[in-house]
Design a protein around this ligand. Sequence first.
Ligand code: GUN
Length: 294
Amino acid sequence: MSARILDGKALAAEIAAETAAAVAAFVQSTGVQPRLAAVLVGDDPASAVYVRNKQRACQRAGIASDLHRLESDASPCQLLDLIDRLNSDPLVHGILVQLPLPPSLDTTRVLDAVNPWKDVDAFHPQNVGLLAQGRPRFLPCTPHGVVQILHRCQIAVSGQHVVVVGRSEIVGKPLALMLMQRQSPVGADAANATVTVCHSRTRDLAAVTRQADVLVAALGAARFVTADMVSPGATVIDVGINRTHEGLVGDVDFASVQHVAGAVTPVPGGVGPMTIAMLLSNTLHAARLQTAGL
Ligand code: GUN
């Protein structure tokens, strides 16, 4: 058996095209161009590539984007001053602080400083709280990308057992919240799952992952999920992006898992492009929220 390959790259292009059309209509009716401010601190090459890809995608969708770069030895004041300026700039609708920040900076303090109405990553505690209560303002980009892949590939999670491996603030935790809700902005089929979250202290992890109808690997360990951890026919979503000497690999051992799973996302070309597509959609949403009532 060979799994169906869930083509995130193609779906992301579809979503980006929908967003580009919605951006054009928004500009036409309001005269306002959505604008994203990306903040990059330090010289981590991978972060620079991610930010460049996000900016290019913005340009293609008709969203203006500015890059604000600070040196890796920037002080907390410098960064917080920049965020303050962006928070109060009426031309900026979305603010994205690329993570990870250099260790000398307090990530929580920085993310808490972003205006929650411009928080297109949905990392601010106000937006996390709204998500947890089932009334999200913004959906976090990577979890939303996962939900969109499932939804657009007609893989309903309602009533299904979803096992999420990884409890990060960026992926595992918010994804579990989204999937367990009664309602989803994406549709009821994209919610109402029975969700199990596994992590480094989970006892007999493989026994748990084998119970999954949908298994999400978001732990950040190269090729960690192997065929013996997957129930035959299950859907496997690989959120990992690990740089190894063999290039980029996911958290799933694709070579073995593809013979057991019913469907699987590749790396690259799976969840990664969806994260960027959902960022575009959040930036437009931010512009709408800030333009309503003007
Ligand atoms: N670093 C890794 N993933 C992300 C993300 O989704 N947003 C930001 N801002 N930084 C990241």
